[in-house]
Each structure stands twice: as structure tokens, then as C-alpha cells.
Design a protein around this ligand. Structure first.
Ligand code: BDR
Ligand code: CA
Length: 316
């Protein structure tokens, strides 16, 4: 079985990514590393611990990642993140304080050690800024040849950004880190807004969870309803909330869910186009490409699988 590391700024769709990974029998979730974005890094770690406890999976370790990008002094949560995920990152739902703490090992060290241990069997799924992964690459450049695949949620190729004209939230937090990752020799799959804004969930689906009446189904219904209400207020044209992060997990496990274009990509790091994910002109004539960019998604198949897996998990 494949091994997976989730690198999360645990917000609401990140929590759904945890649930999707745990509900997928074809993969072992070997650890969750934390990053900043929807909340600060320490809060992301706490939220991951809480979600794992809610789902009865206290066997999965959580590691603390870097607290801010290498190009800034500190990190402050954007207002739009608070509006979408709530100040606590999980829709202001009060889950119990976790019984355990994050591991003593740092996230970057765990990523490097896992790549050395599992090599090609390892899939890394970053669904926040890629600061941890870029730091791991800087420390251990051989990772590019070891890791099987990195499927990340971030960027936008064919649509505008969601926090600036061109910038998607995760890339926008640390464009330089994302640029290092995209221009590395890693085998990458980009699950950006091009596809994640098409896989939408509504209260019709969360009502099905609520009707199950279990602790996890009700908590997730409450958490996701907050996110659906926020999407309705901020993006009324969408008719549902975007399943950004769980789509990245779905694609990592089954690439046939999306149509991709093979490209050599980079990230603009300077104004006015900072955080734009774009083809790298310098490598336009290089015959091989290292990023499969998702541009279309089989929405009915994905949504059916998402609901099937999560409903079965919450029913336990
Ligand atoms: C991404 O930004 C975060 O707010 C979400 O969790 C998702 O990973 C969407 O742009
Ligand atoms: Ca996220």
C-alpha cells in the first residue's frame, strides 16, 4: 500500500482531506505535518489532533511545521481565512481538547525521514503553503528523486486567483517556496482552482451526515455547514462550498479523476503578478515536464466517491 503524508493548515477543507485519506483503504496515512494559512501552525497541529481524535485515529502522529514563509518575519491569519473557516479554523465548532500532543520531531525532519524510508511509495499532499516541503528540499535535495509523487492543492492556471487577481491562497502565502517546489525535479500534480471550484458540496449532502446521528457525522455537518454559509456569502455564484483539499487527496489516489496538461511550471514571486502559477518560458523547449496540471475533473464520479467514503467513515 502507498504511504501518504498530509501537510495541512487545518481549516475546514483540510479536515475533509484528513477524513478522505482515512476513509481510503488503498493508502496508509503515516503522518500529518502542520503549516500556517487558515490558522497559525500550532493551531493547525491542534486542529489535526482534534479531527484525528474525533475519527478515532489517535495512532496517526502529527508534526509541527514552520510558522511562516522564509521571506517574511512572521505570519498573521488573513481576514478572509477567518471568514471562511472561522477564527478557530474549524467553523467555530468546539471539539474537545486533544488528549495528546504533537510529536517532538519537526515536520521537515519527518518528511525527509519518510522519503528515505518509503521512497517511491510515498505520496505527499500539501494543501497549504509549501514552506515545509521547500525547506525539506533545501535540506535534502535527493528527495526529488526519492518521493513517488507530490499532489498539491494550490494555484490557478485557467481561472483568476482567490485572494488576489492572480494569486490562490496557498501559493500566495509563500510564492518563493512554491516556486522552488515547482521548478524542482519532483514528480508533481497540481490540483488548483481550475478543478477545485467545480467540486462543490451543499447542505443536501451535509444533511445526510447529520441524519447518521454519530458524533463525527454531526460534528462534520456542523463544521462544513459553516463553510457552506461562508461560501454562500462570499461566492454566491458557486452554489456550494469548494472541496479544494479533499480533491487533492482524491486525485493523489486516483489520477484518472482529472484531465491534466504536462507543463514545466514556475511561480511569479514579484509584483504585480506575485503568486501566479505559470508555464516556465525558460523550460518551454525542454521535452520532459514535471508538473501534471489538472484542468478538468470528473465531478459526478468524484462527488459520489467523496460522499460514499466519508459517509461510511462517519457511520462507524
Ligand atoms: C486553499 O486555501 C485554504 O484556505 C484552503 O484550505 C485551501 O487549501 C484554497 O485556496
Ligand atoms: Ca488548506
Amino acid at each position: 500500500r502507498k504511504k501518504m503524508i498530509l501537510d495541512l493548515d487545518t481549516g475546514i477543507d483540510d479536515a475533509l482531506a484528513i477524513a478522505y485519506a482515512l476513509a481510503s483503504e488503498e493508502v496508509d496515512l503515516i503522518g500529518i505535518t502542520s503549516t500556517y494559512g487558515n490558522v497559525i501552525t500550532t493551531a493547525a497541529g491542534q486542529n489535526s489532533l482534534k479531527i484525528l481524535e474525533l475519527l478515532g485515529r489517535t495512532d496517526i502522529p502529527v508534526y509541527l511545521g514552520l510558522s511562516h514563509s522564509s521571506t517574511t518575519d512572521q505570519f498573521a491569519v488573513m481576514q478572509v481565512s477567518k471568514d471562511i473557516h472561522g477564527v478557530n479554523g474549524i467553523g467555530e465548532v468546539n471539539l474537545p481538547q486533544p488528549q495528546r500532543t504533537v510529536e517532538a520531531t519537526a515536520a521537515v525532519d519527518f518528511i525527509i525521514a519518510s522519503a528515505r524510508q518509503y521512497g517511491d511509495d510515498l505520496i505527499i499532499v500539501p494543501t497549504g503553503p509549501m514552506t515545509n516541503l521547500a525547506a525539506a528540499l533545501a535540506q535534502a535535495p535527493e528527495l526529488t528523486a526519492l518521493v513517488g509523487n507530490v499532489t498539491f492543492m494550490g494555484g490557478a492556471l485557467t481561472v483568476p486567483g482567490n485572494v488576489t487577481e492572480v494569486g490562490e491562497a496557498n501559493i500566495n502565502q509563500d510564492p518563493a517556496a512554491a516556486d522552488q517546489v515547482l521548478r524542482s525535479q519532483l514528480s508533481l500534480t497540481m490540483v488548483g482552482l481550475d478543478v477545485t471550484l467545480r467540486t462543490l458540496l451543499t447542505k443536501q449532502e451535509t444533511q445526510l451526515w447529520r441524519d447518521l446521528g454519530t458524533k463525527s457525522s454531526i460534528a462534520f455537518a456542523d463544521i462544513v455547514d459553516y463553510y457552506i454559509d461562508a461560501y454562500a456569502a462570499l461566492n454566491p455564484q458557486l452554489h456550494g462550498c469548494a472541496l479544494h483539499d479533499p480533491l487533492a487527496v482524491g486525485v493523489a489516489l486516483d489520477p484518472s479523476l482529472v484531465q491534466t496538461i504536462g507543463l514545466n511550471m514556475k511561480v511569479e514571486t514579484d509584483a504585480p503578478f506575485a503568486a501566479r502559477t505559470v508555464g516556465d518560458v525558460e523550460r518551454l523547449n525542454v521535452p520532459t515536464t514535471n508538473v501534471q496540471v489538472a484542468v478538468n475533473v470528473d465531478v459526478p464520479t468524484y462527488l459520489k466517491r467523496f460522499m460514499h467514503r466519508l459517509t461510511a467513515l462517519f457511520a462507524q
